[in-house]
Design a protein around this ligand. Structure first.
Ligand code: PPS
Length: 304
């Protein structure tokens, strides 16, 4: 298979420090408009560190709200247009993708909105309107591995480089959207003072999707029958989403993602880090983790 021409189309972006967080232009260029975004009280935010299960939970939310009334959405609108990425601002001769504009054109109620912002960057209007926020966290080791493969295949991201260097950059918190440690902890702390935040884990979703959907419904105040819940659970199984062009990003085009290098729906597994970490890296990671994760009320599974 021939390699797509994304290298010529889009040279890899440089990272820079932005108010203490490593970022790239695609997520800061539209800063004023993003910060001045006018939320509505019924907006629902899905907030995540990149590669923590955003698309999975986005599909669940879309099915919960619109699966019955607008089933055609699932087969005709890509997930990145059903649940737009608020801070994204990609301009090129090939594509203009401006998250705020896409959200402002949504005619759904509620509007479902994706963000990877660390908690301190979320536009204030979401807090002022007491919007519901669903935060999804994934254990750091698998999150790192998933992010590595994403940076390998996504020309809109900085180059992944070699695994050993990527590993160190992750520990140093120099990924786009900053430190995983700060991100998961920042949102965890927020939960203590902001009740409209539902904090969920990728590993729980993998273990018992139905139960996690039940908890989500309770948070959202939705009454959903066991049959519909089971239907949604089936729809969002990894293989179904991987084969669904409206969920798997294959419609994105414009040479941004190279699925020959790594598909967006890659493995969807808990514990894939064991295929990547050396014994020495694992020891180094664990020691560093103990230092950084001081709040023991935030517990991840599958780290061992
Ligand atoms: S992004 O680009 O930040 O929005 O990516 P995100 O959707 O957060 O994360 C992508 C990873 O989630 C996995 N995924 C799933 N796993 C299990 N079941 C389902 N349904 C599912 N949907 C997405 C996806 O495969 C990526 O993880 P890895 O480990 O790379 O496979």
């Amino acid at each position: 298979m021939s390699k797509p021409n994304y290298d010529e189309l889009a040279p890899r972006p440089e990272v820079f420090d932005f108010n203490g967080v490593t970022m790239i232009n695609a997520f800061t260029d539209n800063w004023e408009n993003v910060q001045n975004f006018q939320a509505r009280p019924d907006d629902i935010v899905v907030a995540t560190y990149p590669k923590a299960g955003t698309t999975w939970v986005s599909c669940i939310l879309d099915l919960l709200y619109f699966g019955q009334t607008h089933p055609e959405r699932q087969t005709s609108i890509p997930i990145y247009l059903r649940v737009p990425f608020l801070e994204m601002a990609l301009y090129s001769s090939e594509i203009n993708f401006v998250g705020v504009d896409i959200v402002n054109k949504l005619d759904t109620s509620p509007r479902l909105i994706k963000t990877h912002f660390p908690v301190q960057f979320l536009p204030k209007s979401f807090w002022e309107n007491n919007c519901r926020i669903v935060y999804v966290a994934r254990n750091a080791k698998d999150n790192m591995v998933s992010y590595f493969h994403f940076d390998r295949m996504n020309a809109a991201q900085p180059a992944a480089g070699e695994w050993k260097d990527f590993f160190q950059r992750f520990l140093d918190g120099k990924m786009v959207f900053g430190s995983w440690y700060d991100h998961v902890n920042g949102w965890w702390q927020k939960k203590k003072t902001y009740p409209n935040l539902h904090y969920m884990f990728f590993e729980d979703l993998a273990e018992n999707t139905d139960l996690e959907i039940t908890k989500l419904c309770s948070f959202l105040g939705l009454s959903v029958s066991p049959e519909i819940r089971q239907h949604i659970t089936g729809e969002v199984q990894f293989d179904n989403m991987k084969n669904n062009s409206m969920a798997n990003y294959s419609t994105l085009g414009h040479g941004i993602m190279d699925f020959n290098t790594s598909p967006f729906m890659r493995k969807g597994k808990v514990g894939d880090w064991k295929n990547h970490f050396t014994v020495a890296q694992n020891e180094k990671f664990d020691e560093d983790y103990q230092q950084k994760m001081k709040d023991h009320t935030l517990q991840f599974r599958s780290l061992l």
